[in-house]
Write a protein that binds this ligand. Structure first.
Ligand code: NIG
Ligand code: FE
Length: 387
């Protein structure tokens, strides 16, 4: 395998506390990084850089691990900008618009869905994302959800079944029937095509008992668990995520003191999605409160047409720092290694020796520019290891 050395890195963030300045982000100034086509081979001071087959001159720019976006809904048809405008005029988000995207997605051909989804994936990638999770959830029929997962599998190897996104219109008079469909034939058809199962456990979506039933069945079929938890109201979803040992409780917009304690003593990551608070004009959760209690925090885009039509992790970092009390280092860690932890992966999200060679060269000398210059793409080039 051919090797490559990246020289003259102004600031290298490795997320390996055993190297560099000894902080959680393992920062090395005036650094070099050596990789082959798949893995990281070496990192250290530039003056000690070993030779390699190819040399890339970073010219003093910062290098960070590729972003790991652990929560997206990039497969959908249509758009809902009218809802966004209404929200900016004071209308609250209640999840009702999901049905409109379900109609548009059901009506779209597979080719149209694929090409529109690929465009969003290209946006993620050009913004430095090297791994992303993608959910179903906009078909809500057995065949439709299975097809969305097939398409998701073409785009990513982190695929999540979200048949329990909302109760579709045709089941409005039989919600128990829909829960039984999801927990039975739909999961049976979808489990072989997914890694994860998720439920929108919230006011207006699925309650704690329905969610427990669906996710328990998903676990029996071998899926890992994650949860949309307490985005709109505190209905006990975070406690359920911890009870079920979900890899991640996502949103956590409404968090009680008890939830903070439960999360801190669990291996469930709190994935914060500030694009959703931004786009629904909601109060941001305090990342500071979670971090100070010892909770592992991840950041993700939640890219979807309703609450967060966001494909930029740089923008998410800027929001996290400005609005949720995170330091730049914390936000960079949470959008890389935090995302990996939320996907229970230890081969990505960091640049320790042996990690996947997924990294981003920024168009800036320090990673702080990700938050300091919001609205600009600070990503010069994304390198993704061979899979
Ligand atoms: O994560 N809250 C549930 N699901 C999405 C929104 C989906 C939509 O509005 O289309 C979310 O925010
Ligand atoms: Fe979501």
């Amino acid at each position: 395998m051919s090797t490559r050395v990246v020289r003259h890195i102004g600031e290298l963030i490795t997320n390996d506390p055993s190297v560099g300045d000894g902080t959680k982000v393992g920062r090395i100034r005036d650094a070099a990084l050596v990789v082959d086509e798949a893995r990281v081979l070496w990192s250290g001071p530039d003056r000690e850089a070993p030779a390699a087959d190819e040399m890339i001159d970073a010219g003093g720019a910062a290098v960070i691990p590729g972003f790991v976006d652990s929560h997206t809904h990039v497969i959908f048809a249509g758009e809902r900008s009218d809802e966004f405008e209404a929200r900016m005029a004071g209308v609250a988000y209640d999840g009702g618009g999901i049905a409109r995207t379900v109609s548009a997605t059901r009506a779209a051909s597979r080719d149209v869905l694929r090409s529109q989804s690929v465009e969003r994936v290209d946006d993620l990638r050009s913004g430095g994302v090297t791994t992303f999770e993608v959910k179903s959830g906009y078909a809500l029929t057995v065949d439709g959800e299975r097809e969305l997962l097939e398409l998701a599998g073409e785009l990513s190897d982190e695929v999540t079944f979200l048949g329990a996104h909302v109760v579709p219109e045709e089941f409005h008079h039989d919600r128990d029937g829909y829960v039984a469909l999801v927990a039975g034939p739909m999961l049976q058809a979808c489990a072989p095509r997914a890694t994860w199962a998720d439920v929108f456990c919230d006011r207006g979506a699925f309650d704690v008992d329905e969610t427990r039933h669906i996710l328990s069945r998903a676990r029996e079929l071998g899926l890992g668990l994650r949860l949309h938890a307490n985005q709109l109201a505190d209905i006990g979803a975070i406690a359920l995520a911890v009870e079920l040992d979900c890899a991640s409780a996502d949103h956590c917009t409404h968090v009680s003191d008890g939830d903070v304690e439960l999360l801190a003593s669990s291996s469930t990551v709190a994935t914060l999605l500030p694009g959703a608070e931004f786009s629904t004009r909601s109060t941001y959760p305090s990342a500071r409160r979670l971090l100070d209690a010892g909770v592992c925090v991840s950041l993700a885009t939640d890219c979807n047409p309703g609450t967060s039509y966001v494909t930029s992790m740089s923008f998410v970092i800027a929001l996290a720092v400005r609005e949720m009390g995170m330091s730049v280092d914390e936000a960079v860690w949470s959008s890389t290694r935090g995302g990996a932890t939320a996907l229970r992966r230890d081969d990505i999200g960091h640049l320790s020796i042996g990690a996947r060679a997924d990294f981003v060269v920024l168009d800036a000398p320090r990673a702080a520019h990700l938050a300091y210059r919001p609205g600009s793409s600070m990503v010069a080039r994304t390198y993704r290891a061979k899979r």
